[in-house]
Design a protein around this ligand. Structure first.
Ligand code: CUA
Length: 288
C-alpha cells in the first residue's frame, strides 16, 4: 500500500515537473543556464556587482573549505600526540576582520551609489513617460500623444473605470492612448515609468531589463526609469503572487527603433474630436 502511494506521488511529481519544464522552455528566450541577456543601461552595473560578489564568495568558499579539510586531516587525533592550546593571534585577527570590513563597505558604497543613480535621481527630462497600472490579471498601459505629456494621474482617483486615476479636465490627457498588456519602447531613449495598481500588489519585472518594482495600490511610483540599448521581444511578468491568475499575468514588451515606435504610436492614437468631421482617416480605437 505504502509502495503504491509512493509510486503515485512520484508519478504526479514527474508529471508536474514535466509540465513546468515545458512552460519554462516556452517562456525563456535567452540563456536558460545563466543570466538572461541584459539590454538596459543600468543592467551593466547590476551584472558587474553580481559577478564581483560571485567571484569574492566563490574564492572565499573554495579557500575556507580547502584549509578546513587540510586541517581536519593534518590535526586529526592520533595516539601519542597531545593537543596544543592556543590563545589566538592578534595580528591575524585584525587582518581577517579588516579585509571583510573593507570589502563589505566597498560593496555597500558602490551599491548605494548605483541605487541612487537608478532610483533617487530625477529621470532625464526628455524621457518618454509611460504609465503601467497592474490589475488582476493584466496591465493597463497609457502613452502620451503628440504633446509628449501624460494626463495628470492621482493614486486616490484610481477606480475600476478609471484605472490610471486621470484628471479628465487635464488637456494633456486628450491625446493619450492606451493598450492592454502591450508595451512598445523606443530603443536608446529614456523611458520614465509611472507604476501603480488597481487592486492588490503586483510587480513590474523584466529579467532582461534587470528591473523589478512592486506596484502598490494607493501609490503611483514615478521614479523608475530605464533605457533599453538593444531591440527585441520581451515578456513583462508580474512578480508578486497576486491571486489565482497570477501565473498568466503577462505583458508583451517590444523594444524597437524610434521610427517603428512612432508608426506604432500613430496607429494607436485617438483622432482629435475636432478633426473627426473633416478627416477622412478612419478613427482608430485604442486597444482595450
Ligand atoms: Cu499580478 Cu501577480
Amino acid at each position: 500500500m505504502l509502495n503504491l502511494i509512493r509510486h503515485r506521488t512520484l508519478f504526479f511529481l514527474g508529471m508536474g515537473m514535466g509540465l513546468l519544464s515545458t512552460a519554462h522552455a516556452e517562456i525563456r528566450q535567452t540563456s536558460v543556464w545563466w543570466l538572461p541577456r541584459n539590454v538596459t543601461m543600468f543592467g551593466h552595473e547590476i551584472d558587474f556587482i553580481f559577478y564581483v560578489i560571485l567571484i569574492l564568495t566563490g574564492v572565499t568558499a573554495v579557500a575556507v573549505f580547502s584549509v578546513m579539510i587540510y586541517f581536519i586531516v593534518k590535526y586529526r587525533a592520533r595516539p601519542g600526540v597531545t593537543a596544543v592550546h592556543s590563545h589566538g593571534n592578534n595580528t591575524l585577527e585584525v587582518i581577517w576582520t579588516g579585509i571583510p570590513v573593507f570589502i563589505f563597505l566597498a560593496l555597500a558604497i558602490y551599491g548605494n551609489e548605483q541605487w541612487t543613480q537608478m532610483r533617487l535621481k530625477t529621470p532625464p527630462a526628455d524621457a518618454l513617460p509611460v504609465a503601467v497600472i497592474g490589475e488582476q490579471f493584466g496591465w493597463n498601459v497609457r502613452y502620451p500623444g503628440a504633446d509628449g505629456k501624460l494626463a495628470k494621474m492621482t493614486a486616490s482617483s484610481v477606480t475600476k473605470e478609471n484605472p490610471f486615476g486621470v484628471d479628465a479636465a487635464d488637456p494633456a490627457g486628450l491625446d493619450d492612448f492606451t493598450t492592454y498588456g502591450e508595451l512598445v519602447f523606443p530603443v536608446d531613449r529614456p523611458i520614465r515609468l509611472y507604476l501603480g495598481s488597481k487592486d492588490v500588489i503586483h510587480a513590474f519585472y523584466v529579467p532582461e531589463f534587470r528591473l523589478y518594482q512592486d506596484m502598490v495600490p494607493g501609490r503611483i511610483y514615478d521614479f523608475v526609469w530605464l533605457k533599453a540599448e538593444q531591440t527585441g521581444q520581451f515578456q513583462l511578468a508580474c512578480n508578486q503572487l497576486c491571486g489565482q491568475g497570477h501565473y498568466k499575468m503577462f505583458g508583451k514588451l517590444s523594444v524597437v527603433p524610434q521610427g517603428e515606435y512612432e508608426t506604432w504610436a500613430k496607429g494607436k492614437a485617438p483622432q482629435p474630436t475636432a478633426a473627426k468631421e473633416t478627416s477622412t482617416v478612419p478613427v482608430v480605437m485604442a486597444d482595450r
